[in-house]
Each structure stands twice: as C-alpha cells, then as structure tokens.
Ligand binder design. Structure first.
Ligand SMILES: [Zn+2]
Length: 237
C-alpha cells in the first residue's frame, strides 16, 4: 500500500472527500487540511539553505554524499515529514536526492516527468505535499540540455509533431519556448529557464491551496536550473 495514502491524521481519501464536499477551498483549506502527525519544522528559507549546501556538497565533495539508507529507512517507515518538494525532469541525470547532496529517504517530496511540467496529477501532488504534509518549499527544477524542452523548441522552429502523448507533453512547454524565442544566448537553455520560471509562477497562481500558504508566509515556490556539466543548481527566483 502506498504510504502516502495512510499518512497523517487526514488520509488522501479524506482529503479528496473534503475537496469533493467543497470543504477544501480558499482560506478554509489550511484549517480543513489537518497536518500529518510529524510535520517538518523547517522553514522555506531553511529548506533553501539546505538545498544550496547539499548541492555544494555534491559538487565539491561527492564522496560525502552517501545516504545512510538503512537507518533512515527505519526512521521514516511509518511516517514522513519531507521539507522540500522538487518538480524535476525524468531525465536519468537529474535525480534530486543525489544532486542536493545525497539526501536520504523521507526528506524530499518529488514529482518527476519529462520536462518538469505541472499537469493535473502533478498539481495534486504539490497540493498534497503543501496542504497535508506541510512542506514549506516547492522547487521547479529545469536542467541544461533538456530533451523535452529541446523537442518543444523543435516544434516551434520546424513545426515538428511528436507521436502519442509526447505531443501533449511537448505542447505544455511551447508557450515558454515562444516567450524565449529571439533572446540572445542559447535557445534551448533560455527556454529551460523560462519554462521553470513560468511553471513556478503558475503553481502559485492557479492552486488555491498553494496560494493561501504562500500568502500566509508558510510556503515558497521557486525555480531553478541544474547544470549537467558543472553539477550546480542555480536558483532563478
Ligand atoms: Zn529534461
């Protein structure tokens, strides 16, 4: 069974039932979404500092990034209190736990897909992390030479169409690509940055649960870009 589903005092089923009943909306969300038993006490700024320090460790001393997997697994087997949510690309070279310093199980709440887009399922994931698990920070993490973004650039430049569900995924990135077109510098990299920034802004704008917590100073949403060559994460906002 997914531990997410029986986590905390308000289960996912309960959360969805409240939402369906109209209980979870606007300012009522914070009261309706009871926190799990062990919410993190880490603030958004502290979470950002941890991520920055972890990425520095990953770049400068990767040998120190071995996670204590057995110990951590036992600690979080029955509850979780993640302190940052990462929306990252499915690219095999961009594993958030590793590039933020070898973080163990139970620390990051992660949503991944090609192009780090935020569709309905991902938005629901972010809302669950913020509203139920009390995660204080959301990072939209784009990366250098992203294949999904490059495909969206190709779609704009050459009119290329992609088969199956890939087409819809690429289409979600196209507005950022169009906005980045014509800027000086590398087209794909400019689009990577624009897409991450736009997605971060959209999360805060379109999700009432996220917006309410951002307004209350309990949550930050930021964009970042991972450099495949240097291993560094650059925070963009
Ligand atoms: Zn990618």
């Amino acid at each position: 069974m997914c531990t997410l589903c029986d986590e905390g005092r308000l289960s996912r089923r309960g959360f969805l039932s409240l939402a369906a009943a109209g209980v979870v909306s606007g300012l009522a969300a914070s009261a309706a979404l009871a926190a799990p038993a062990a919410v993190t006490t880490v603030t958004a700024d502290e979470a950002l500092a941890r991520l920055r320090a972890g990425n520095e460790r990953y770049v400068e001393a990767p040998a120190l990034c071995a996670a204590e997997l057995l110990q951590r697994r036992e600690q979080v087997a029955t509850s979780q209190a993640p302190w940052a949510t990462i929306v990252s690309c499915a690219d095999s070279r961009v594993p958030p736990e590793l590039l933020f310093g070898g973080l163990g199980v139970g620390e990051l709440f992660v949503a991944r897909n090609a192009g780090n887009i935020v569709d309905t399922a991902t938005m629901g994931t972010l809302e669950y992390g913020a509203g139920v698990l009390g995660v204080p920070l959301i990072v939209v993490l784009g990366h250098e030479r992203c294949g999904a973004v490059a495909a969206a650039c190709e779609a704009v430049e050459k009119g290329t169409r992609f088969p199956g569900a890939i087409g819809a995924l690429v289409e979600a990135i196209v507005p950022a690509v169009r906005a980045a077109a014509g800027r000086p510098g590398d087209f794909v990299d400019n689009a990577v940055r624009e897409s991450a920034l736009r997605t971060a802004a959209r999360i805060a704008r379109e999700s009432g649960i996220v917006a309410e917590r951002v307004g209350a100073g309990r949550l930050k949403v930021v964009a970042a870009r991972y450099d495949l060559d240097a291993g560094r994460v650059e925070f963009l906002s």
